[in-house]
Design a protein around this ligand. Structure first.
Ligand SMILES: Nc1nc2c(c(=O)[nH]1)N[C@H]1C(S)=C(S)[C@@H](COP(=O)(O)O)O[C@H]1N2
Ligand SMILES: [Mo]
Length: 266
């Protein structure tokens, strides 16, 4: 069995082999597409590739890897402590992070008259101004991308917990999405979407942010409203939040559908 510290770094023990699934050391060496194949090949050597190629897939991922990901998810879940706060840094350390990921940001929108649409249990539209009237919190925290970089950033916004207490209604999961836009000429819809389990949604460092480093959010960083959570990797920190869904089922998640861990804790 894996020791507690091995679990904490999210390694997987198979027989005598420990495979470190920690994003910082593994995923950055693998492209997103080959990650599934690469990680499982590391378990058993090159011949595993041929074997893996013959396995059936679940959600596009060969089943042996799907089981590893599910194992990771349950480890991440059982280690999650909703009261644990991530470290905060002095505001002087804040830098401008790179713009990373533009899915759902390709269509121009009117950020002046921004409304967040709540769907699922408490359908209504909440204007951005009302979100700015909720108690404002500032935090200088590390934004960690699963690809292996991180930046200390100062954020300002409302707690998602306060937003949900006022405008939502209790639900097991919270889904956040960029606004609905028309399909392009190829029939593709530009949309980014993430799912959060309730404890992560209610965590005190999970904010709906409208300011970064003392300025209004820029377009590339998610104007006019984005999610920032210290208990999640960057891929859960959705930019340009337009829809919030209250659900009893795990909401769809853009990167989870492409093989990443659904919980994305770190
Ligand atoms: N709408 C949208 N939000 C997104 C993404 C995206 O592609 N589209 N990428 C995510 C990823 S992978 C990361 S690491 C962070 C990066 O935030 P930044 O661009 O402000 O540095 O945004 C996240 N939010
Ligand atoms: Mo990322």
């Amino acid at each position: 069995m894996a020791s507690a510290s091995e679990l904490a770094t999210r390694s997987v023990v198979v027989g005598n082999t420990t495979v470190n699934m920690d994003a910082d050391s593994e995923i950055q060496r693998l492209t997103r597409r080959s990650f599934a194949t690469g990680a499982i090949a590391a378990l058993a050597g090159g011949s595993a590739l041929a074997w893996l190629a013959t396995r059936s897939t679940i959600g596009g991922i060969p089943w042996p890897l799907r089981r590893v990901l599910q194992f990771n998810e349950s480890v991440a879940q059982s280690l999650f402590d909703s009261n644990r706060l991530a470290p905060e840094f002095s505001a002087q350390r804040a830098v401008e992070p790179r713009v990373n990921g533009r899915v759902g940001l390709h269509t121009a929108t009117d950020t002046e008259s921004w409304m967040v649409r709540i769907v699922g249990k408490a359908d209504q539209r909440v204007p951005l101004a009302a979100i700015k009237e909720l108690p404002a919190y500032e935090m200088t925290t590390e934004l960690k991308c699963v690809e292996g970089w991180s930046s200390v950033v100062r954020w300002k916004g409302a707690r998602l917990a306060d937003f949900l207490a006022k405008y939502g209604s209790p639900s097991s999961f919270v889904g956040l999405s960029t606004p609905t836009v028309a399909a392009d000429s190829h029939g593709n819809v530009d949309r980014y979407y993430v799912g959060l389990d309730r404890p992560s949604a209610l965590h005190p460092q999970t904010l709906l942010c409208y300011e970064m480093n003392g300025e209004s959010l820029t377009e590339g960083h998610g104007a006019p409203l984005r999610l920032v959570s210290t208990v999640k990797y960057g891929y859960k920190c959705i930019k340009r939040v337009g829809v919030i869904e209250l659900s009893e089922n795990r909401p769809a998640d853009y990167w989870a559908e492409r093989g990443y861990d659904w919980y994305a804790g770190h």
